[in-house]
Design a protein around this ligand. Structure first.
Ligand SMILES: [Zn+2]
Ligand SMILES: [Zn+2]
Length: 69
């Protein structure tokens, strides 16, 4: 076998299908098919949702959704 990469989930022995590109910072964790929501590792996926929920919480309801150029 070449390489010893494994899914970032401890104990997961599923075949790795890719590498996390990171959400805010570079990540590099490997993930299997079952642990790659949005092509992110679960750590970055969690960070993404935290940020999304924060933005919703602090978003003003009257703000126009138009965020064009
Ligand atoms: Zn896995
Ligand atoms: Zn990641």
């Amino acid at each position: 076998m070449t390489g010893n990469i494994a899914c970032h989930i401890f104990g997961c022995s599923d075949p790795v299908i890719g590498q996390c590109k990171g959400y805010k910072d570079a990540c590099g964790r490997y993930f299997c098919k079952a642990h790659s929501p949005e092509n992110l590792c679960l750590h970055c996926y969690d960070e993404m949702w935290k940020a999304a929920l924060e933005s919703i919480r602090y978003a003003k309801p009257q703000t126009s959704p138009s965020t064009g150029s």
